[in-house]
Design a protein around this ligand. Structure first.
Ligand code: GMT
Length: 381
């Protein structure tokens, strides 16, 4: 198949999933054309089946907001037409699904039907998408897609709850490359971070409000009152100043290290004992899955798709959003007992293996074939 993949090229979860899926499809022999405004962060090496088309936007003094959707739709038309794509798969509804609908209509006027599949990732439905500023377009473009997938059962249900949706949504869970995300020996690194054998706690996010990264520091304070430990914060974002201020307020600057954006996250996860994800909303929690694949148990909130990933009392624990006391107690329970920690590590690994990229990419391939077959009978949607 020749597949166009559209998404955000950033470190955000939806961009990572779009890129890893494209690479998985390319490894399976498909020709994959990425259509984005920048080279996707995880697209690092040459691959004979991978192509990249940059969306270049035009500025003009009249434009306070350069019209990205128009440039994107035009690029999609161009790539579909000249690369003879079989389908377009867009990740994150805003604005990709609406731009794809526009491209589809233009191509149809020229006699070419291009099926569009939209994958919903989370905030495109929950935080941003259901805002009145976007919701009519989001609902319309979901209904007009040829296929729609959601990354968890919870996100699928939320989509029906928030929007007037009159079509099926397929759940295809996010996935992980277990060749890359596995526990590797980084003992020298561990000694540098925790020279006295302290426990290492980790949080990876884009430090936006929705991640409640402040709760990470509050939970860590309670842990470090009881157990010698270090906290590693990976990523960057708008809350970083507040987080730094909280570290200073708690006199924990020596125990907490901000490592910024990192590419080799698996190396840092490999020296970690516990992952914290206290998010206010999380459709799936890809960062938690990456931790579990490296044998790191997870303490998370019980929102969205997290209970589908993190099994309470097995791979970690789930607490209500904002329950820093409860999260700290659960963290201490795991961290104060080597045998227990080991058990949770093993369960985290077992659970991560259920989301193996090699099992999930074929689900997308099967879904593509189903949508392509159905689109044979579709004249105009
Ligand atoms: O919240 C993020 O980290 C970024 C965001 C995105 O769309 O880039 O992540 C969403 O999609 C990820 C991949 O499907 C999910 O693993 C995250 O749970 C989801 N984030 C939220 O729902 C807040």
């Amino acid at each position: 198949m020749k597949i166009g993949i559209v998404g955000y090229p950033t470190y955000g979860g939806s961009g990572v999933v779009a890129t890893e899926l494209g690479l998985g499809l390319a490894n399976a022999g498909h020709k994959v054309h990425f259509i984005t405004y920048r080279r996707p962060a995880r697209l690092l090496h040459f691959h004979e089946n991978v192509f990249y088309h940059e969306v270049t936007n035009e500025d003009y003094p009249l434009f306070e907001y350069p019209p990205y959707e128009t440039a994107l739709a035009s690029k999609m038309v161009d790539v579909v037409k000249f690369e003879k794509l079989d389908l377009l798969h867009v990740h994150y509804a805003i604005p990709h699904a609406a731009a794809a609908y526009m491209a589809k209509k233009i191509l149809l006027a020229e006699g070419k039907y291009i099926p569009v599949i939209t994958t919903l990732h989370g905030t495109d439905i929950t935080l941003v998408g259901n805002n009145q500023a976007f919701s009519p377009v989001v609902a319309f473009s979901i209904n007009k897609s040829d296929g729609v997938t959601a990354v968890s059962e919870s996100l699928r249900q939320q989509t029906y709850d928030y929007f007037p949706i009159n079509r099926d949504i397929e759940v295809i869970y996010n996935f992980i490359d277990l060749e890359r995300f596995k526990r590797i020996d980084k003992d020298h690194f561990k000694k540098a971070i925790a020279p006295n054998g302290e426990r290492i706690i980790i949080h990876v996010s884009n430090f936006r409000k929705v991640k409640r990264s402040e709760d990470v520091i509050k939970v860590f304070k309670r842990i470090s009152d009881k157990i010698p430990s270090k906290l590693l914060l990976i990523g960057d974002g708008p809350e970083r100043y507040n987080l730094e201020a909280l570290c200073r307020e708690y006199h924990l600057c020596d125990e907490i290290r901000f490592l910024g954006k990192q590419d080799a996250v698996e190396e840092i996860l490999s020296i970690s004992d516990l992952f914290l994800m206290p998010s206010a909303s999380e459709s799936f929690g890809l960062a938690a899955l990456e931790a579990m694949a490296c044998g790191v148990p997870v303490i998370s909130s019980n929102v969205g798709g997290l209970p589908e990933l993190n099994i309470h009392g097995k791979t970690g624990f789930l607490n209500d959003v904002g329950d820093v006391e409860g999260m700290a107690q659960h963290a201490i329970e795991i961290l104060s007992d080597d045998d227990k920690l080991d058990k949770f590590r093993q369960e985290a690994l077992v659970q991560a293996h259920k989301f193996d990229v090699n099992a999930i990419v074929p689900k997308y391939e099967a879904y593509y074939l189903k949508v392509l077959e159905e689109s044979l009978y579709t004249i105009d949607k």
